[in-house]
Design a protein around this ligand. Structure first.
Ligand code: FAD
Length: 351
């Protein structure tokens, strides 16, 4: 007979790792299982910029970042480019440029030994007789684990969200290519209404140039290539042959009900819960904060209903903040308003 875990966490990104660490510290008697698919070929596409909100939450957890996680160079400003109005502005930013995979590995290395970590992809989860059966593919074999509660921390393409809540959230395909050499601005934010109603970015990391963006699912590759060519023409550069192309789904919440806390012993945290900024795609801070709040709710709640009530109540401020970002997105992605803001030069840096 399989042992039954108190909680099974699907996904070992910042949300899942934080939840596991904090719950293990608050309730050492709980049996915790963490299933993560990153070593099974699940690709994470990310700009790897650690925003001030994420720096603040790490500070509040008394964590410091090892130097080896930082990428070269560190950046102090974003160059905002509108390919339609052909306008360019520079704005101050306070991000840390990191190697995203190294950051996730470092977080996972902080996990207490009491958490059982399984490398594998969760391929199914269902409830029977009051427990959840989690099917995990490990080296082409499917193994089943039992748990009283399931935590969906499996990011933008969340299986747990699809399986138990089905409710849709606006999603784009994020496409990102890496090129040899430093050919692009060290950090820029690119708007081009003719190819996407979202935005794109360039980042320099350790001698590589990254060009990435978010596109509607249909015709995403063609739109990406067309936009990249327009960017090259605007900047007078040639990116050449990419050494790597990455793609994943990225959520862009638009309504309060896009943020889902959970139901009947299934809880969502991080991007799986829809907790990501739709104006900047910054999601690391919300992932860590929601993981931390849910762990506290598990420690304080009398039963699963009470845990859900506490989790909902304590994430209210975060949900409101992210809902306000949807309004900011509407302004930034409106060609007319953006043009007005950029032309006015408000808050921009003069060179
Ligand atoms: C293109 C792009 C650029 C971004 N840039 C930034 C940025 O610069 N700064 C920032 O703060 N945020 C950025 N984000 C958002 C950020 O990456 C996410 O919001 C954040 O990582 C969410 O953390 P998480 O723990 O919820 O999910 P994730 O970090 O996505 O972690 C989910 C984990 O679950 C695992 N997993 C997924 N499915 C399964 C499964 N079925 N079984 C087992 N394991 C599974 C994955 O392998 C992964 O390890 C970006 C997102 C995209 C798409």
């Amino acid at each position: 007979m399989n042992e039954t875990f108190d909680v099974a966490i699907i996904g070992g990104g910042p949300a899942g790792e934080t939840f596991a660490s904090e719950l293990s510290a608050a309730s050492p008697d709980k049996k915790i299982l963490l299933v993560d698919g990153s070593s099974e070929g699940h690709i994470k596409v990310c700009g790897g910029l650690l925003a001030p909100d994420a720096q603040k939450v790490l500070a509040m957890m008394n964590l410091t970042l090892p130097n080896c996680i930082l990428a070269d160079p560190q950046i102090f400003a974003v160059e905002t480019v509108d390919l339609v109005s052909r306008c360019k502005r520079l704005y101050q930013r306070h991000y840390l440029n990191m190697k995203r995979n190294a950051f996730d590995k470092w977080l996972l290395s902080n996990l207490p030994k009491s958490v059982a970590v399984i490398s594998g992809m969760c391929v199914d989860a269902k409830q029977f007789n009051g427990v959840y059966a989690i099917s995990v593919r490990q080296n082409e074999e499917i193994k089943t684990y039992l748990a009283r509660a399931v935590i969906g921390a499996d990011g933008g393409g969340s299986l747990i969200r699809r399986k138990f809540f089905g409710r849709t959230i606006k999603q784009y395909v994020a496409l990102q290519q890496w090129f040899e050499g430093e050919k692009v601005p060290s950090y820029s934010c690119v708007f081009d209404r003719t190819t996407s109603d979202s935005y794109s970015w360039t980042i320099i990391k350790d001698g590589y140039s990254i060009y990435g963006g978010a596109f509607e699912k249909e015709g995403c590759r063609e739109a990406f290539e067309r936009q990249k060519a327009r960017f090259e023409e605007f900047c007078g550069i040639k990116l050449g042959k990419p050494i790597k192309t990455e793609a994943c789904l990225v959520s862009s919440p638009r309504r309060m009900r896009d943020f889902i806390a959970g139901r009947d012993g299934v809880f969502l945290i991080g991007e799986a819960a829809g907790l990501i900024s739709s104006s900047s795609f910054e999601g690391i801070s919300s992932a860590i904060i929601s993981g931390k709040i849910l762990a506290r709710a598990f420690a304080d709640g009398k039963n699963q209903r009470d845990v859900l009530r506490l989790y909902r109540r304590r994430t209210r401020a975060l949900r409101i903040k992210l809902w306000l970002k949807t309004k900011k997105r509407a302004v930034l992605c409106s060609p007319t308003l953006r043009k007005m803001i950029m032309k006015s030069g408000i808050k921009s840096l003069q060179i």
